[in-house]
Design a protein around this ligand. Structure first.
Ligand SMILES: *Cc1c(COP(=O)(O)O)cnc(C)c1O
Length: 385
């Protein structure tokens, strides 16, 4: 009765969402701050004054949302933690020339979906042929191999360098050797290391021009370098981003692609052959409102970056090896300690962090950066570890 395809599926396992106890949750890279108060107002308002509209289908093309996303990217330069001055409640835009996007991002360069996980699935469908190799780093977002099973795509997993950064030379050489597309997260997960835009450009210049090159910027707002400026030169570049991390909307499921219009049109063809309405009306409203209040999220991203640096110092002072992070989490281990034991000891103190059983990284903990209060609780819990 069941399809043969089912045998190729190895479902993704997300960070636990326990119900038995009120843990401090630092295990799923969620944002510890609530969405902008304007989001609550906009949703309240919509439901109170237009409840009958919940009976109607949403805009299948998310036109207003895509316009707001494009505006936000133009306004912020694509990296929230760098974009705004950190004055007393003054979050006006820094006019930083170097990092500006050298063209206007427009609505026809944006595609929206039900979380970037769904967007990634549609990207796989749009660009990867079953049986044809795709280049990925050995350690990266663990959904990429899951979708590879789903779509029957063999992966060429390229080892990281000794310092845990991407081996861009080897990835490029393999992409040329197999005439293959490439996908990775930048900054990468779970390592947290960012690759410079120049580093990505060097890969793009050598990798096959007729194969897609996918960069997942889920964490870029916490201090990475966005590749959006490279879209001007590279029509095969596809950038995937999400509202789940820097924009505090993981529960609403909203992700998007930034790419050239031909790519966006192909993604629409795929989406409209699968689910016409992946982004519901409340998610569209929340997304639009969030983009218009991106200074609020920029302020939170800056707070998270400051906590991350303070926590990394704390860990290093206690003998941990901490990979330098450009994200809202840190990846750390300590000689002589098993990752699973540390994870359990921290859980006993009411705090959840993430530990992976994957060979090669089993001694690491991946710890999401929370509020100052949450991080103080974690520091107290880890004082003698
Ligand atoms: C969290 C994450 C995603 C998924 O985000 P959603 O929009 O919540 O589906 C995608 N890629 C990476 C690298 C992530 O860490």
């Amino acid at each position: 009765m069941f399809s043969k395809r089912l045998d190729n599926l190895h479902p993704y396992v997300p960070g636990e969402q326990p119900k038995d106890r009120d843990y401090i949750k630092l295990n799923a890279n969620e944002n510890p701050y609530p969405p902008s108060p304007r989001v609550k107002n906009a949703i309240d308002n919509y439901v109170c004054t237009h409840v009958e509209k919940l009976g109607l289908y949403p805009d299948p093309a998310s036109e207003k949302l895509r316009e707001s996303i494009a505006e936000m990217l133009n306004h912020s330069g694509g990296v929230l933690s760098n974009a705004f001055k950190n004055g007393d409640g003054d979050y006006s835009l820094i006019s930083y020339v170097d990092d500006n996007i050298p063209f206007r991002v427009s609505k026809d360069m944006i595609f929206c979906g039900n979380g970037s996980d769904e967007v990634l699935s549609l990207v796989y469908y749009t660009f990867f042929n079953s049986g044809e190799t795709v280049i990925v780093p050995r350690y990266t977002y663990s959904f990429y191999p899951v979708y590879a099973g789903y779509y029957g795509v063999p992966l060429d997993s390229v080892s990281l360098k000794e310092d845990w950064s991407l081996d861009t030379a080897q990835m490029t050489a393999d992409a040329i050797k197999y005439n293959a597309p490439t996908i990775f997260a930048n900054p990468n997960a779970p390592t947290g290391i960012g690759l410079s835009r120049e580093g990505v450009r060097q890969m793009l210049e050598k990798c096959p021009k007729d194969k897609v090159f996918i960069v997942d910027e889920a964490y870029v707002d916490f201090g990475g370098q966005s590749c959006i400026p490279l879209l001007k030169e590279f029509p095969n570049l596809v950038i995937v981003r999400t509202f789940s991390k820097s924009m505090s909307l993981a529960g609403l499921r909203l992700g998007y692609v930034v790419a050239n219009p031909d790519v966006i049109n192909a993604l629409f063809t795929v989406k409209n052959s699968f689910n016409h309405f992946p982004v519901d009306v409340l998610a569209q409203i929340a997304g639009e409102t969030s983009c218009r209040d991106c200074a609020y999220y920029a302020k939170n991203a800056k707070k998270i970056v400051a906590e991350r640096e303070s926590f990394s110092t704390f860990l290093r002072e206690r003998g941990f090896f901490v990979i330098p992070s450009s994200t809202n989490f840190v990846f750390a281990k300590k000689d002589g300690k098993r990752g699973e034991d540390l994870y359990k000891a921290i859980k006993e103190k009411g705090i959840l962090v993430r530990h992976f059983a994957t060979a090669g990284i089993e001694d690491f903990l991946r710890i999401t950066i929370g509020t100052e209060e949450q991080m103080n609780a974690l520091k107290a819990a880890m004082q003698n570890m």
